[in-house]
Write a protein that binds this ligand. Structure first.
Ligand code: ATP
Ligand code: MG
Length: 213
């Protein structure tokens, strides 16, 4: 288990690095859909980023773009889930969350068995899976997601100390409607890195994703 330790630093040897702003959920979805068009059976994507950075959300969009079955979720007990494709010509998606495990745990998942015929996505996999799955000369994509810290007024510190707002004493209300942020999402920053012969050159990011290097 990784606990609350920050994700490990990027592995050396990348061929390229693309940085992009993802201002809202739609942009994260666009990135996932764009990358889905490039991925082939045997490909490995390692997802890195803090809790809630958007790794599972990205994977959910990738699954949708690939047209695989089943609900992509944050597994509590299941470390790995295979999402089969209805299309016999299309690859399965293998989604792994390595947050609660270590190298021995990852080995026990036997990802090598499914790797050749699937697209394998591993959250919290950086430094754990690349060598173990691909050996010393493999190719993989590493996607790092960052959630910028919210400014103080968005982080809940804007309520007056006496509890009064404009002379009105607030009462507690339960509002089950989704907030704007929940519907549209909030900004993320993405760093995509390519390793190995398969990812020698950087792909073009989808239209609508602003790239900056
Ligand atoms: N631009 C965005 N991209 C991705 N997720 C976003 C964005 N804006 C808001 N979100 C929200 O942030 C949350 C991200 O949660 P998610 O489970 O994907 O994170 P995670 O990186 O997988 O976390 P964990 O390390 O706990 O598995 C979701 O509720 C999602 O709707
Ligand atoms: Mg997750």
């Amino acid at each position: 288990m990784n606990g609350s330790a920050p994700p490990p630093a990027a592995l050396p040897g990348e061929n390229w690095q693309l940085q992009a702003q993802l201002p809202h959920l739609e942009a994260t979805a666009e990135l996932a859909h764009g990358l889905a068009g490039l991925l082939k059976p045997g490909d490995l994507m390692v997802l890195t980023g803090g809790l809630g950075a958007g790794k599972t959300t990205f994977t959910r969009e990738l699954a949708q773009a690939l047209g695989v079955r089943g609900q992509v979720s944050s597994p509590t007990f299941t470390l790995s889930r295979i999402h089969p494709s209805d299309n016999p010509a299309a690859p399965h998606l293998v989604h792994v969350d390595a947050y609660r495990t270590d190298a021995a745990g990852v080995e026990s998942l036997d990802l090598l068995a499914t790797l050749p015929s699937a697209i394998t996505v591993v959250e919290w996999g950086r430094g754990l899976v690349e060598q173990a799955l691909l050996g010393g000369s493999g190719s993989w994509l590493d996607l790092e997601l960052h959630q910028p810290t919210l400014p103080p007024d968005r982080a809940g510190s804007g309520t007056p100390a006496n509890g009064e707002v404009g002379g009105v004493v607030p009462v507690i209300q339960t509002d089950f409607s989704e907030t704007e942020d929940e519907l549209q999402g909030t900004p993320r920053r993405a760093i995509l890195r390519g390793y190995g012969a398969r990812w020698k050159t950087a792909p073009a990011l989808p239209n609508g994703i602003s790239e900056h290097l």
